[in-house]
Design a protein around this ligand. Structure first.
Ligand code: STR
Length: 509
């Protein structure tokens, strides 16, 4: 009996250890990052069970397990990185080795099994595809005067809408989203939405549905077999994807029907041209990467990324300004003395608006839009620092921990744009290496330039004209965001006050 029992205990212990990776077939002399306790089947789920959102939980676990630690997500070995030195090794020095992406239920559904840029894994075809999208965005960005004009037109129209609501509390986010959605629409389809367009409402709804359900390391992504049970989130995601696909497909058909290589207006046209070139030149390697699915999924990425990230950053900016009226006032004084009231701000004012630039950078530091980035995957056996990293390890970069590192940022939880100013009050782009709001390396954000343009122009126009306050009787909006693939602030309202010098300008009819 005792023999039988000890054999049983031994078998269970072996199962636990082998599945947790503690007795992994690791090469002699190799050192693995410290591991959270984990058990067969459930992995480290018990240690991850918490009220805290994952980026804050990882920050807390860092105190016990160090800057780099590992855990099991179901059957997947995951390494979490909390310091910028390790992050830079993964993203820059060994960028290509760590450029893989995990396949998960929700992101595979969203991207038709990784046929896009954001969730597609690294391979020669992906590289070509990304380069194509990158150069298309730069091409459109090169016409930056036209782009700036387009952005300002959208902001101007939103500001006029705001003027109609000066007396009552207002949720400004639908209008902010319309500005950014219309900029992406212009880039991708050369079209735009009016605020009462039912299709615009549909875009707002399905995008929110996707943000709420995709890539959150939810149970379904950790244990794909759970798909056999009814799952409300998965159902919502599938419905949102179907609505998105319907709208994109219509645009795609329209572009195909009107395509002419002599008149290229937008991203869809550029991609169609690349597809035709590859077909005409019989270049099968590129043709394979330019199927209709690939074109649709990359436009879907740009559409989703272009709208959600920028509008979320603008939302956080307003939330922080509500918490810090003194900072709002200081930005307004800077705009008043450098731009005045005779004209609206433009991109060329950026060099003079140091405090505003510093405030934008501080918002991106204290509330990075995507605090865990998208997980990376090691495509071959490698190492991070002194640690061995086996092929197929999933690597999560905790950008939150990097942006809140006490050794790099004094009092990191305080909102202080002054960190991004030198002693003469001039804007400093990156006062510490521990700052990667747009990621870095082969998988860095493609929309950085565009996002910075939009955020700068929106905040300068908005603050030249209005002061935002918390509506009387309402509490300050919480600084704790809602965790998902991006962290959004809670819904909030503002009371807008028209700034004196703008009162009689009568720009909006
Ligand atoms: C937002 C919602 C949507 O409709 C489509 C997408 C796909 C691309 C995603 C985007 C999402 C959220 C922000 C992401 C972006 C790709 C890159 C960007 C994750 C889910 C970031 O890394 C911040």
């Amino acid at each position: 009996m005792i023999l039988l029992l000890s054999a049983l205990v031994l078998i269970v212990a072996f199962m636990i250890f082998s599945l947790t990776g503690l007795i992994q077939s690791k090469p002699k002399g190799s050192k693995l990052p410290k591991s959270l306790p984990s058990f067969p089947l459930i992995g480290s789920l018990l240690s991850l069970w918490s009220n805290l959102p994952p980026h804050l939980l990882f920050l807390k676990l860092q105190k016990t397990y160090g800057n780099i630690f590992s855990l099991m997500m179901g059957s997947h070995y995951v390494v979490v990185i909390n310091s910028y030195q390790h992050a830079k090794e993964v993203l820059l020095k060994k960028g290509k080795i760590f450029a893989g992406r995990p396949s998960t239920v929700t992101t595979d559904l969203l991207s038709r099994n990784g046929k896009d840029i954001a969730f597609g894994s690294y391979c020669p075809g992906w590289k070509f595809h990304r380069k194509l999208i990158h150069s298309s965005i730069s091409l459109i960005g090169d016409k930056s005067a036209a782009l700036e004009k387009m952005i300002c037109k959208g902001i101007g129209s939103a500001c006029c809408t705001f003027e109609d609501f000066l007396d009552s509390p207002l949720d400004i986010m639908p209008e902010v989203k319309r500005i950014v959605i219309n900029i992406t629409c212009w880039l991708c389809f050369n079209s735009k939405y009016e605020s009462d367009d039912p299709e615009f409402q549909e875009v707002l709804e399905y995008t929110q549905g996707i943000v709420d359900t995709v890539g959150k390391d939810s149970l379904i992504d950790i244990f794909p077999w759970l798909q056999i049970f009814p799952n409300e989130e998965l159902h919502t995601l599938k419905q949102c994807i179907a609505r998105r696909d319907n709208i994109l497909q219509k645009q795609f058909e329209k572009h195909k029907a009107n395509y002419s290589s002599d008149s290229i207006h937008d991203l869809f046209d550029i991609l169609l041209k690349a597809k035709m070139n590859a077909e005409n030149n019989n270049n099968s390697a590129y043709e394979e990467r330019l199927t209709d699915d690939h074109l649709l999924m990359s436009v879907a990425d740009i559409f989703g990324a272009g709208t959600e990230t920028t509008s979320t950053t603008i939302a956080w900016m307003i939330v922080y300004l509500l918490h810090h009226p003194e900072i709002q006032k200081k930005i307004q004084e800077e705009i008043d003395s450098n731009v005045g009231f005779e004209r609206t701000p433009q991109l060329s004012d950026k060099g003079n608006l140091h405090f505003l630039s510093a405030t934008i950078s501080e918002v991106l530091r204290i509330q990075p839009v995507s605090p865990l980035l998208i997980p990376h995957v090691a495509l071959e056996d490698s190492s991070i620092g002194e640690y061995t990293i086996p092929k197929e390890t999933r690597v999560i970069i905790n950008l939150w921990a990097i942006h809140h590192d006490e050794e790099e940022w004094k009092n990191p939880d305080a909102f202080d744009p002054g960190r991004f100013l030198d002693k003469d009050g001039k804007y400093v782009h990156s006062p510490s290496g521990s700052y990667l709001p747009f990621g870095a390396g082969v998988r860095a954000c493609l929309g950085e330039m565009l996002a910075k343009m939009e955020i700068f122009l929106f905040s300068s126009w908005f603050l030249q004209r209005f002061t935002a306050e918390v509506p009387r009787g309402q509490p300050l909006p919480s600084l704790l965001g809602k965790f998902g693939i991006i962290v959004q602030p809670p819904k909030f309202e503002v009371q807008l006050k028209f700034r004196k010098a703008w009162k009689n300008r009568g720009q909006c009819s």
